[in-house]
Design a protein around this ligand. Structure first.
Ligand code: URP
Ligand code: ZN
Ligand code: ZN
Ligand code: ZN
Length: 459
C-alpha cells in the first residue's frame, strides 16, 4: 500500500527540513510540501517528530556460535528488537569453523534467517585460507553479493588466523573490491596472560580485562594498518574501544591508509568498573575488547564528533544469564558479548545529540549513512531521497522511557542498560514502506525482511 508521511522534520546526514514523504512500491517516490493525499493511502502524521533514514547496524550477531553454545536471538526476535529500536538494516556474520567451507557455512546461516522482519546482510568471516576457500570466497562475493570479509586477529583457537593468511585475505579482498572488517587484538599474548591468571587462581570477571589490555588492541590495530598500507586495500576496524587503538587508526589515516573505525554504544556509556562488579554480576559486561577505563569515553565521543570514528554499532551478542554461568568458576569460559541491538539509537540520541557531544547530522551519519556507504548499501539505505528504499524512523523526541529487560524485545533476560532513561521513542518505523513498528512496539508483518545483495567496489 502507498504510504504518506506528513509534515515530519526530515533529518539526514547533511540536511534538515519539514516536508511530506510519499512511498510507493517500497521506495520513496516523492518528497515535498503539501503532497496530495490519495484516498487509499496510509497516512502517518509526523508533525512535531523527526524523520530519520532507517538506521543501519553494521555489526550484529544473530546466529552466533561460541564456546559450545548459541546466542539466543533468532532472526525473528533479533529483527523485531532491532526495529523497535529504529534499526531497519543489520549486518550479521557468517562464521565458518576452520574445518568448514565458506559456502557450507553460508548455507547453514541462510537456514537460520527465518521470518526476518527488517532487511539484512552479512560479512563473510575468513577463518582459514587455502585454494578451495579462495575459490569459494570469489563465489561468495560475485554470485552471492556478500562484499565484506571479516578476519580475527583475536580468538587464537577459534576464528583467528595467522598473519600470513590474514595478509593473503587482504590481498584477495583488494582484488575483489571488498572491504575487510577486522577484530584487532593480539590473540597469542592474551592467551598466555589468561593462562597465567588461571594458574594464579585469578578467575573472577575483572581478570577478563586485565588479560586483554588496551595496548594489545592497539598492537592488533597497528598490524592491520601496516598490512593495509602495504596492500592498499580498504579495511574496517570493528569495535574500537580505547585511545591507544584510536591513535593507530588516526596515524594510519594520516599515512593515507584507507581505514574506517567503528566503536560501540557500550564503550561510549559503560566502563570496566561494570565488569568488576562482585558476585559474578560483572559477567553481564564481559565482551572483547573489554569495557575500558572511563577516561576513554570522552576521547571516543570526540573522535566521533571529529570524524575519526566512522560508525557506532552494537556487536549485539545475546548470551543470556544462564549461558553466562559457564564462566562462574573461570572468567575465560564466559561467552563474550553484550546484547544491545534494540538500545543503540535511543542511547546515542540521548547521550550524544541531547548532550551536544555530536550534532544530529553526525548522529545520522554514524548510525546509518556511513555504514551504508562503507558496506555498499548506499543510497538504497542510509538516506532519505527519491529512489531509495522507504526505510524511515519517525522519532518522537519528547517521550521519555526507561530501558528494562522487562520491556525490551531482545530474547535476553537482563539488560546492561537497566534503569537508564532515554529520550525519544520510535513513533513509527517502516521497512520498504511496510509500517513495522508503532509507538515502540512491533505491529507489522513477520518475514518481510530481505537479504541485501551488494556489489563489489569497481576499481
Ligand atoms: O565479545 C564480543 N565482541 N563478542 C562477539 C564476537 C566478536 O568478537 O565480535
Ligand atoms: Zn570481535
Ligand atoms: Zn562481533
Ligand atoms: Zn506516538
Amino acid at each position: 500500500m502507498a504510504l504518506l508521511i506528513q509534515n515530519g522534520e526530515i533529518v539526514t546526514a547533511d540536511s534538515r527540513y519539514v516536508a511530506d514523504i510519499w512511498c510507493e512500491n517500497e521506495t520513496i517516490t516523492a518528497i515535498g510540501k503539501n503532497l496530495p493525499v490519495p484516498q487509499d493511502a496510509h497516512v502517518i502524521d509526523a508533525r512535531g517528530k523527526l524523520v530519520f533514514p532507517g538506521f543501519v547496524d553494521p555489526h550484529t550477531h544473530i546466529y552466533l556460535y561460541a564456546m559450545g553454545t548459541y546466542a539466543k536471538d533468532t532472526y525473528e526476535t533479533g529483527t523485531i528488537a532491532a526495529l523497535c529500536g529504529g534499526t531497519t538494516t543489520l549486518i550479521d556474520f557468517v562464521n565458518p569453523q576452520r574445518q568448514e567451507g565458506s559456502l557450507e557455512a553460508l548455507e547453514k546461516w541462510r537456514q537460520q534467517t527465518v521470518n526476518p522482519c527488517c532487511d539484512y546482510t552479512c560479512h563473510m568471516t575468513v577463518s582459514h585460507l587455502d585454494a578451495q576457500i579462495e575459490n569459494e570466497l570469489r563465489e561468495v562475493v560475485l554470485q552471492h553479493g556478500i562484499t565484506s570479509f571479516k578476519i580475527f586477529f583475536a580468538y587464537k583457537d577459534f576464528l583467528g588466523m595467522n598473519d600470513g593468511d590474514i595478509y593473503k585475505t587482504l590481498l584477495l579482498a583488494k582484488e575483489l573490491g571488498v572491504v575487510t572488517a577486522a577484530h584487532c587484538e593480539n590473540a597469542h599474548i592474551i592467551d598466555i596472560r589468561q593462562q597465567q591468571f588461571v594458574d594464579d587462581k585469578k578467575l573472577t570477571t575483572e581478570y577478563h580485562h586485565h588479560s586483554r589490555p588496551p595496548i594489545l588492541e592497539a598492537e592488533g590495530t597497528h598490524r592491520l594498518c601496516v598490512m593495509s598500507e602495504l596492500i592498499g586495500g580498504e579495511v574496517y576496524v570493528v569495535h574500537l574501544s580505547c585511545e591507544e587503538a584510536l591513535q593507530k587508526v588516526i596515524a594510519a589515516k594520516m599515512r593515507g591508509v584507507n581505514i574506517h573505525a567503528e566503536t560501540l554504544i557500550q564503550y561510549l556509556l559503560l566502563d570496566k568498573s561494570h565488569a568488576e562488579l562482585p558476585n559474578f554480576e560483572g559477567a553481564k559486561y564481559i565482551m572483547s575488547p573489554p569495557l575500558r577505563d572511563k577516561k576513554n569515553q570522552k576521547i571516543l565521543w570526540n573522535a566521533l564528533h571529529q570524524g575519526f570514528l566512522a560508525t557506532v554499532a552494537t556487536d549485539h551478542a545475546p548470551f543470556d544469564w544462564q549461558q553466562r554461568q559457564m564462566g562462574k568458576e573461570n572468567f575465560c569460559n564466559i561467552p563474550n558479548g553484550i546484547p544491545s541491538l534494540e538500545d543503540r539509537i535511543r542511547l546515542l540520541y540521548t547521550h550524544g545529540v541531547n548532550t551536544g557531544k555530536i550534532d544530529i547530522h553526525r548522529f545520522v551519519d554514524v548510525a546509518s549513512t556511513r555504514a551504508a556507504k562503507i558496506f555498499g548499501l548506499f543510497p538504497r539505505k542510509g538516506t532519505i531521497q527519491v529512489g531509495c528504499d522507504a526505510d524511515l524512523v519517525i522519532y518522537d523526541p519528547h517521550v521519555e522511557e526507561t530501558i528494562s529487560a522487562n520491556t525490551h524485545h531482545m530474547n535476553i533476560d537482563y539488560s546492561v542498560f537497566e534503569g537508564i532513561k532515554v529520550k525519544g521513542r520510535c513513533h513509527a518505523v517502516t521497512v520498504r514502506g511496510h509500517v513495522q513498528v508503532r509507538d515502540g512496539q512491533f505491529t507489522g508483518q513477520k518475514g518481510i525482511g530481505k537479504f541485501l545483495k551488494r556489489q563489489p567496489r569497481s576499481h
